[in-house]
Design a protein around this ligand. Structure first.
Ligand SMILES: N[C@@H](CCC(=O)N[C@@H](CS)C(=O)NCC(=O)O)C(=O)O
Length: 382
């Protein structure tokens, strides 16, 4: 390797690269970023991870880690972080895992809508941003063709997440509600769960950075209607040690069970409304899929494609069908593993808190098999 830094293969406009980069910046971990158009990505990295996907890190010792969540855990386990990813209080940690799941996966509709349905505002910007993943030898016609191909795939992906002309208005209203709630919360605290970022902040950072803070259309929306959220995005992405002074009474520690502010509980209630039915339908779909003998045999053969099929549910008055991805269960398992490891007394506290916001589905609705990651792919465990 060229230096002693970790190499991050990513892209400025990539949603899932955001949290890996922010974590390394905040923890001042030496990193050299390469766009995935770098020749090493195609020649050395892709053959090892088996598909085109971002982010990936390669350590000076030659370890290759794919997946934003696995990257954070790897760096934390290597002792490279100075801010703990997981809150010590077990109830707070359950909330962090819920927000990790929702942040990674529950805001894809606004992220994709505000990126791909405002071409007059966004397209010139996106064309330049996407060049990160194109080989350097492409000429301008090659870049234009590659952008058309990549953006065509992403516009298709937006539909798979439920973004259609009939849902645009509801997506905008629902995202405005999210921004208002998160903005109100961040008017009381610098981070989601107190005085330092956790996996919950990093989960939310994914959609709220590359798409919703950075693309021109939603960037203006965030700056003009949710300034505290914008400030949080900047803070999450900043390597300098900051002495903050802009809030009147920010928490001096992480929140604990007894002192969750109302603004956090309102955000949790929003998650139940926004994402509960979808999550539940996806688990039902996966269990049905797993219960068919052919599928079960297929599942035990190794890597899963990204999407298993489409599940139907009602979202804010719309009949939606969205793509079911095993990766979401991989994230939800982190909440379940934590919950299952807690004492009965703590479990009761977590359940009481989740029930108050209609979030029991996220504790109780589970696939019949676990998802594990093997050779950089999601696989159903035996
Ligand atoms: N769970 C994955 C999600 C990665 C992911 O979907 N990355 C996108 C970029 S933000 C990607 O590589 N897409 C390429 C494609 O689907 O072709 C992670 O965090 O690594």
């Amino acid at each position: 390797m060229a230096d002693e830094n970790i190499t991050l293969y990513g892209m400025q406009a990539s949603l899932y690269t955001g949290k890996a980069r922010a974590f390394m910046r905040r923890n001042r971990i030496g990193v050299t970023e390469r766009g995935a158009g770098h020749p090493d990505y195609a020649a050395r990295i892709m053959p090892q991870i088996g598909r085109f996907i971002l982010p990936v890190i390669e350590t000076p010792a030659g370890d290759i880690i794919q997946d934003g969540t696995d990257i954070l855990d790897y760096l934390e386990a290597a002792g490279l972080s100075h801010e703990p990813l997981y809150p010590k209080d077990p109830v707070t940690r359950a909330v962090a895992h819920l927000l990790e799941l929702f942040g990674n996966e529950g805001l894809l509709r606004p992220a994709m809508h505000y990126r791909w349905n405002f071409d007059a505002d966004n397209l010139a910007f996106l064309k330049i941003s996407f060049a990160d993943v194109f080989p350097a030898h492409f000429d301008s016609a090659g870049r234009a063709a590659a952008f058309d191909h990549a953006s065509g795939r992403m516009r298709k992906a937006a539909k798979a997440f439920g973004v259609f002309p009939e849902t645009y208005e509801t997506i905008e209203a629902s995202y405005a509600e999210f921004l208002a709630l998160y903005n109100a919360h961040l008017g009381e605290t610098y981070y989601l769960l107190g005085n330092a970022p956790t996996v919950g902040d990093y989960g939310l950072f994914n959609p709220l950075y590359a798409h919703l803070a950075r693309d021109p259309k939603p960037s203006h929306l965030m700056k003009s209607t949710a300034t505290y959220v914008w400030n949080w995005v900047e803070r999450m992405n900043r390597p300098e040690q900051m002495e903050e002074h802009t809030l009147n009474n920010p928490p001096s520690a992480m929140f604990g069970t007894g002192d969750f502010p109302d603004s956090l509980k309102k955000l949790m209630t929003y998650i139940g409304e926004e994402y509960g039915a979808e999550f539940s339908a996806h688990v039902d779909f996966a269990n049905h899929w797993l219960s068919s003998p052919d599928r079960a045999a297929e599942a035990s053969q190794g890597g899963l494609g990204r999407g298993m099929g489409f599940a139907s549910f009602v979202w804010r008055g719309h009949e939606l069908k969205t793509v079911v991805m095993a990766y979401r269960f991989y994230l939800a398992q982190r909440l379940w593993d934590h919950f299952d490891s807690c004492t009965a007394e703590t479990q009761t506290k977590i359940r009481t808190l989740f029930t108050a916001s209609n979030l029991e589905v996220f504790l109780d609705k589970r696939p019949t098999r676990r998802v594990v990651r093997e050779n950089h792919l999601e696989v159903w465990a035996e």
